[in-house]
Design a protein around this ligand. Structure first.
Ligand SMILES: Nc1ncnc2c1ncn2[C@@H]1O[C@H](COP(=O)(O)OP(=O)(O)OP(=O)(O)O)[C@@H](O)[C@H]1O
Ligand SMILES: [Mg+2]
Length: 532
């Protein structure tokens, strides 16, 4: 992999990259940064957690002139949380250069946004609905925009944002530079690409599998009624650092997070019916570790990057393979390993096989964790907490007392009682969740991964060669050493299934995604998507 010095970036951008701790570029960064610096339109596809944000952020920051007092770049994201996160990433990259950026999303006070817009940001990062609002109020003008980036482009289309995106892009000069990014590129992207990109380069750095390689995937067969007990045991057994649990509907998320709290877990829920303040508060708590379980609808499936997420649990199966890929991609990011566990009811087994087929990855079956395993897991977690404290030489103020106690009592007895108290009793609160209907698999042709021409291996957990400094680096697969150089050639989208993206875009097939993405809403409504 190239180091960032090799791209010809200006020093202030390099300084920001160093500050972020990036040592080497990731494959998607290596492939797209030079093209983006040339101003080529492109469609960038790479697995979840492999640095697509910096792949477009770095060349964007490099290109923008600080003296500019107009909006010269627009980044669109499907959800508010993602817009906020991408805006933070862009801010970090542009810090030394002094680039001004601003997130613009629904749910936030529009007057406050208008005030911030007066500070002349050069980059706007926004969700399509609120952007259009500002465009209609003439508080955002796009006539000077030179670069447009659509992050999670396929999701924005899926959420029904096509028309909004079309209206927005029509206001941007035709000479602009446009880039689309996602880990999945279904066929519907073609329509957008043909309409709005000029001779785009399709850069795909996918290996055989569309799912990120460091995610250990498994499923557990459970009956709907057993799910909650299974979840409690799983959390006890696995003792995740941070976990995201996906539920199918907002009601499900509410019930589940409440039930977990009752049982004594530090959990909270995220979905689109919460106020923006509540959404912000939950994300803040999850990012700073004051809660360790985030229960969410698919609103959290795309793009969110929270370090320390060791587990993703699909309490309810995702509606489609794309959602599966993105949900589980909240773990196993930036070269770290992660676990993804999916609950499958007996009637959903076909749906699981379908996901396996599309993602070209076999998902192993795991048995339901037993009570004994759950208890053992909890005990182990307590022991680890103690050992961690020992290693960090904590507990000084208890030493005197410890010596005294050890003189009077049996040491094993003392420690086992301390362990018991630290572990706590599980609160046996009985929990009733409203049952969800099982998902049914529908057939669809093709797959969601590109037949990408760059067989570059993403990352491996294996040891990397050399460079043992403390920075953040990506390990490359040891596979066929050094074979993945070379650029990507341009290729127009192919229509037939299994080709460019292979997802059949016939209306009939879209049903597949469909029914009750959220049970309370019609599947295609824009609200639904903004409000997952
Ligand atoms: N070159 C690099 N070296 C080390 N870490 C990096 C590098 N580039 C990005 N990262 C880190 O990797 C993580 C994932 O990056 P990012 O969120 O951009 O992934 P993504 O490809 O957009 O994933 P998703 O498909 O889920 O949106 C972030 O924490 C980011 O800071
Ligand atoms: Mg991303």
């Amino acid at each position: 992999m190239k180091t960032f010095n090799e791209f010809g970036l200006e020093p202030k951008v390099l300084q920001a990259i160093t500050e972020l701790g990036y040592e080497e570029s990731t494959p998607i960064q290596e492939a797209t940064i030079p093209l983006a610096m040339e101003g080529r339109d492109l469609i960038g596809q790479a697995q979840t957690g492999t640095g697509k944000t910096a792949a477009f952020g770095i060349p964007l920051i490099h290109k923008i002139q600080v003296k500019e007092e107009k909006i010269v770049a627009l980044i669109m994201c499907p959800t508010r949380e993602l817009a906020i996160q991408v805006a933070e990433d862009i801010e970090k990259l542009g810090r030394f250069k002094g680039i001004r950026s601003l997130p613009i999303y629904g749910g936030q006070d529009i007057v406050k946004q208008i005030r911030s817009l007066k500070k002349k940001p050069q980059i706007i990062i926004g969700t399509p609905g609120r952007l259009l609002d500002h465009i209609n109020r003439k508080t955002i003008k796009l006539e000077d925009v030179q670069t447009v980036i659509l992050d999670e482009a396929d999701e924005m289309l899926d959420m029904g944002f096509m028309e909004d995106i079309q209206s927005i892009l029509k206001l941007v000069p035709a000479t602009r530079h446009t880039m689309l990014f996602s880990a999945t590129m279904p066929m519907n992207i073609q329509k957008l690409a043909q309409q709005f990109l000029r001779n785009p380069e399709h850069v795909s750095v996918m290996s055989k599998n569309i799912t990120a390689p460091l995610i250990h995937q498994a499923y557990i067969e459970v009956h709907e009624k057993q799910k909650f007990e299974a979840l409690s045991r799983l959390i006890d057994m696995e003792a995740p650092d941070l976990a995201i649990i996906f539920g199918r509907t907002k009601r499900r998320v509410d019930e589940l997070s409440e039930a977990l709290q009752k049982r004594g877990y530090s959990a909270d829920g995220l979905h689109g019916d919460l106020s923006q303040n509540q959404r912000d508060a939950v994300m803040r708590k999850f990012r700073d570790g004051s809660i360790d379980v985030l229960v969410a609808t698919d609103v959290a499936a795309r793009g969110l990057d929270v370090s320390g997420v060791s587990h993703v649990i699909n309490f309810d199966m995702p509606q489609d393979p794309e959602s599966y890929v993105h949900r589980i991609g909240r773990t196993g990011r930036a070269g770290k390993e992660g676990k993804a566990l999916t609950f499958v009811t007996p009637r959903e087994i076909d749906h699981l096989h379908f996901i396996e087929k599309v993602t070209k990855h076999k998902i192993d079956k795991k048995p339901l964790p037993s009570m004994a395993e759950a208890i053992e897991g909890k005990q182990k977690a307590t022991a680890e907490r103690i050992l961690d404290a020992v290693q960090n030489e904590k507990g000084h103020e208890f030493r005197g007392l410890a010596i005294q106690l050890l003189e009077q009592y049996d040491s094993v007895n003392l420690l086992s009682c301390a362990l018991q108290l630290l572990t706590g009793d599980s609160k046996e609160v009985s929990v009733e969740l409203t049952p969800e209907d099982p998902l049914r698999a529908k057939k669809r042709h093709g797959d969601i991964r590109s037949s990408g021409r760059r067989p570059s291996a993403p990352y491996s957990s294996g040891s990397s060669s050399g460079g043992s400094s403390g920075g953040r680096r990506y390990d490359r697969s040891s596979g066929s050493g050094g074979s993945s150089t070379g650029g990507s050639s341009s290729r127009p989208p192919r229509k037939e299934g299994g080709g460019w993206e292979g997802r059949d875009s016939r209306p009939g097939n879209r049903d597949y995604k469909g029914t009750n993405r959220d049970a309370n809403k019609s599947p295609r409504s824009k609200e639904d998507f903004v409000n997952k």
